[in-house]
Design a protein around this ligand. Structure first.
Ligand code: PMP
Length: 470
């Protein structure tokens, strides 16, 4: 069955979506997130299509926050899960060796940059990206004997205390039980809202200079760093790709100071950005890679992979009951194999380029689209106030309410998107790598209509951008 065709309707008719949503609102935590902005009750899904209990169908550009490289319920993932279930193998094995884990590790190592994989070790973590981030921070602190951390503006690394501290949001998780010791915050290149008022390669060069001079300055106030943690494309921070040359500079600078470089590929991995691992665009070899989301083939799995010489922590230094998720390892191995065999990273690169070109054309017609950017199938549209004055670089103020209205209009048109970014005003597109050309056209059409409708409802906007686009 092609991945985009839904199986015949099951017993969805017995489900009352309004009642379920009502009970959810009454019983679930105030901290729930997607459930607030996407009030749907999914009952079936295949590929990029999700069907709600009310029978409505949606194109899913959220993909489990970027977890579903092959979309929902891909046949190769389902087959791998069924095989484990039918084999009688134990589903819970703590961190014991199993054929399923052995195969996953072999498949994962085969996907990594060869020079990195040759001497790498893997630590399976509790099954969330944030736990793998915690493991990475603990590993480099143990290995270097230092405690400082270098992290970036706009970063997102998860919601547990150490990962939160590494992130750029100073409000998230504050208060009792909130974030712990803050790292040194370094500038991440962000052309549209450039901290140096420049944008482009010169701004990235200055950002690298600042980092280098700060680390070299004995009076710079920087605690000796155990590591630098960076996303090759900031996802939650608003889909901001790191320039390759800048990332190479981060590698050069950290190597010169003996500081391990941790690359957080939780969201960018498994073909998403047009390379199997986003760090491969730049040719940088990290010391630690943080992996989760798509490596589990839609089920929970997280790990760090790191250079052998860092492997100096003690047995049990990072434990967790659920480190051996056999179904996720089976689905993950099948997914990694399929992405490699079908060259889906290349497909993501080509389709992403085409979508970006189409988004740029839309950006000229729809002034609320302040900026469009991305890499591969990790795309972002920054929604701005079209009537506010632009700054010297041409950026207008972010418009979070308008962005929320775009998300709502998109949902009404059968398109699931989420927001991210510094001001929660970047519409993020994370479609599966298996998206067809027709689906990508439908996504762009629905998104364009949604931006148009939301802009019209918000205020009278100029019909088109004057003099900004060629
Ligand atoms: N790192 C990055 C780059 C992420 O995007 C995320 C999740 N969006 C995390 C870490 C945390 O992963 P999890 O939500 O599974 O804890």
């Amino acid at each position: 069955m092609p991945p985009t065709v839904l199986p015949p309707a099951a017993a969805a008719s017995a489900v009352d979506p309004e009642a379920i949503l009502g009970r959810q609102a009454a019983r679930e935590s105030a901290a729930r997130t997607y459930a607030r902005s996407l009030p749907i009750v999914p009952v079936r899904a295949r590929g990029m299509t999700v069907e709600g209990a009310d029978g409505r169908r949606y194109l899913d550009c959220l993909s489990g926050a970027g977890s579903l490289a092959l979309g929902h319920n891909h046949p190769v993932a389902l087959q791998a899960i069924r095989e484990v279930l039918d084999s009688g193998a134990p589903l819970h094995v703590l961190d014991l060796a199993t054929p399923v884990k052995d195969e996953f590790t072999t498949e994962l190592f085969a996907s990594l940059p060869e020079e990195f994989a040759r001497d790498a070790r893997i630590q399976f973590c509790g099954p969330a990206g944030t736990d793998a981030v915690e493991a990475a921070l603990k590993l480099v602190r143990t290995a270097t004997g230092r405690s400082g951390l270098l992290a970036f503006t706009g970063a997102y690394h998860g919601m547990t205390a150490g990962a939160l501290a590494a992130g750029g949001d100073s409000t998230a998780g504050t208060g009792p039980g909130g974030s712990v010791g803050r790292p040194v915050r370094l500038p991440f290149p962000y052309d549209y809202r450039c901290p140096f008022g420049l944008g482009g390669p010169e701004a990235a060069r200055i950002a690298a200079c600042w980092t280098e001079s700060l680390l070299a300055d004995p009076k710079g106030g920087v605690e000796p760093a155990a590591g630098m943690i960076v996303e090759p494309v900031q996802g939650e921070g608003g889909v901001v790709p790191a320039p390759d040359a800048w990332l190479r500079e981060m590698r050069r600078i950290t190597a010169a100071h003996g500081i391990p470089l941790i690359v957080d590929e939780v969201q960018t991995g498994v073909g998403r950005t047009g390379a199997f691992w986003a760090v491969q665009h730049s040719g940088v070899l990290p010391d630690v890679m943080v992996l989760s989301k798509a490596i589990g083939g839609s089920l929970p799995l997280a790990a760090i992979v790191y250079r052998g010489e860092l492997d100096v922590w003690a047995p049990g230094a990072h434990a967790g009951t659920f480190r051996g998720n056999q179904l996720a390892m089976a689905a993950g191995a099948a997914t990694l194999r399929f992405v490699r065999a079908e060259r889906l990273a290349e497909r993501a690169a080509a389709l992403g380029e085409r979508m970006l070109a189409r988004l740029r054309a839309l950006h000229c017609l729809l002034p609320a689209m302040g900026d469009v950017r991305g890499r591969g199938l990790m795309l972002g549209v920054e929604i701005v106030d079209p009537q506010a004055d632009a700054d010297a670089l041409g950026a207008r103020p972010a418009a979070p309410e308008l962005a929320a209205a775009v998300r709502q209009e998109a949902l009404q048109r059968g398109l699931i998107v989420e927001l991210g970014g510094r001001h929660h005003s970047v519409v993020r597109l994370l479609p599966p790598l298996t998206m067809t050309d027709e689906q990508s056209e439908a996504v762009l059409e629905r998104l364009g209509e949604a931006v148009h409708a939301a802009s019209a409802a918000h205020r009278t906007v100029p019909a088109a951008r004057a003099g900004e686009c060629g």
